[in-house]
Design a protein around this ligand. Structure first.
Ligand SMILES: Cc1ncc(COP(=O)(O)O)c(C=O)c1O
Length: 450
């Protein structure tokens, strides 16, 4: 690293905060550019992106030129316009229309946001407002253990992992939030075995609603597949069961599709894997392939109708034409270049290789996932399933070794999650050859765990 780069890194540590890193520290890696499915640091070193960064750069970096052209065109024509007081733009209307075509039928009303946390936060406000408008006191939000919903007060309160780590610095959190069991079968928190359990985790949602009183519950929010906890899909009955439970108990169902949306699971949206239609869906990340901050709360006619004549305060950047124009281009590319189909095919390919090659290893406890969202569980003892003590820092050792060899992967560990898992989730544009290059780096690291 050059002297100038070292000086910049020191300034960074002294002045810039980094998430999930103690304040005052940085990782010692300064990223300069990205191309294909790789990013490069300022020394020119290449890193294959085996995690799509935060499971968000869905197109990878293969379309930079085309997106830049769409951005330039919009910036020259109308760089910004607010969405307040009924003003609108053709780009935001086009974006809503494009989304309507790929979301489950009937989910075609939108509030645009600047990211996932804002989407979940607003979905809670809309759920409460919906029931208030009906003259009820339904206000409680149910979410699941092992879920991640964002960093703002409501979204972090709904989040069901981190063992307090993500929020202990600024508690107390928000009242009116309740947790239901996670659908993580391999480490079932109810101590049951699928399928003999009859999907008791879904049934528990109904028991919780009954015990709290259905007249107090506004909504259930869940990720179609647990994302941040390490890519953990539910049993196939789970989503149809909770849809039915919510309908029968007059509870709004919110699918948090921030990570699973836009082809990540091999289908357009996570809930499409089970043919379920939620009442609201929270969107971000893949909506713009994170070329710009953007997101949305999508809702059905029933919810939109129930919110009619309510007034909400808005954020300056909501529905800004630049983000919408980029999203339109990204949505066009998804369709034109059959990106979701590629995610399904490449997901099958990666899963087959990982199950065949990694699962037999002495320290791999489980492999599960869907589409290009694959989790590899690392255990200390394969027979008992005991994980490495977080104090051993095993997951970060794996992550650092991979980074040193030119591969970026995400990891979760038992200091804040339910299990030690490597998340393998490359961009949806990845090829077989690129998957092989990534797994060729990861395999020796996992096989050499002592
Ligand atoms: C399911 C889910 N919801 C919400 C969020 C928060 O999104 P953002 O980081 O854009 O605020 C995330 C981020 O990872 C997520 O995975």
């Amino acid at each position: 690293m050059s002297t100038k780069d070292k000086e910049m890194m020191n300034w960074d540590a002294d002045h810039l905060m980094h998430w999930v890193m103690p304040v005052g520290m940085n990782a010692g890696v300064m990223i300069d550019r990205a191309q294909g499915v790789s990013f490069y640091d300022t020394t020119g070193k290449e890193y294959l992106d085996g995690a799509s960064q935060l499971v968000c750069v869905s197109l990878g970096y293969k379309y930079n030129e085309e997106i830049a052209a769409a951005a330039a065109e919009q910036l020259k024509k109308l760089p910004f316009f607010m969405n307040f007081w009924g003003f609108t733009t053709p780009t935001s209307i086009e974006c809503g229309q494009r989304l309507s075509k790929i979301l489950p039928q009937g989910i075609d009303h939108f509030c645009f946001t600047n990211g996932g946390s804002e989407s979940t936060e607003l979905a809670f406000q809309f759920a409460r407002a919906y029931w208030k408008n009906k003259g009820t006191n339904k206000h409680k939000i149910i979410s699941l253990y092992n879920s991640y919903h964002g960093v703002m007060y409501g979204s972090i309160t709904a989040t069901g992992l981190s063992k307090g780590l993500f929020s202990s610095a600024f508690t107390p959190l928000v009242p009116g939030f309740i947790k239901a069991p996670s659908y993580y079968c391999h480490r079932c928190m109810l101590g049951l075995k699928y399928p003999e359990c009859g999907v008791e985790c879904a049934k528990q949602v109904e028991k919780i609603i009954q015990l709290e009183g259905p007249h107090t519950i506004a909504a259930l929010i869940a990720e179609p597949v647990h994302g941040t906890a390490g890519h953990i899909p539910p049993p196939p009955e789970y989503w149809p069961m909770v849809r039915d439970i919510c309908t029968r108990n007059n509870v709004l169902l919110i699918a948090d599709e921030v990570m699973t949306g836009f082809g990540r699971t091999g289908k357009a949206f996570g809930v499409d894997n089970w043919g379920v239609k939620p009442d609201m869906m929270t969107l971000a990340k893949g909506i713009s392939s994170t070329y710009v901050p953007f997101g949305a709360v999508a809702m059905n006619e029933m919810v939109y109708d129930g919110l009619k004549n309510s007034v909400f305060a808005g954020a300056t950047f909501s529905a800004n034409p630049l983000s919408a124009a980029i999203s339109n281009k990204v949505l066009e590319i998804y369709e034109r270049d059959k990106i979701f189909e590629n995610a399904a095919k490449m997901g099958d390919y990666a899963m087959e290789r990982i199950k065949k090659q990694f699962l037999p290893l002495p320290h791999v406890g489980e492999v599960s996932g869907i589409g290009l969202m694959i989790g590899i569980e690392i255990v200390e003892n394969k027979e008992t399933g005991k994980g490495f003590d977080p104090a051993s820092n095993m997951m970060h050792v794996i992550q650092d070794k991979a980074l040193e060899k030119g591969l970026f992967v995400r990891v979760s560990d038992e200091s804040w999650s339910s299990a030690n898992r490597i998340s393998f989730c490359p961009p949806l544009t990845v090829t077989r050859e690129e998957i092989d290059r990534m797994l060729d780096i990861l395999y020796p690291i996992v096989s050499e765990i002592k």
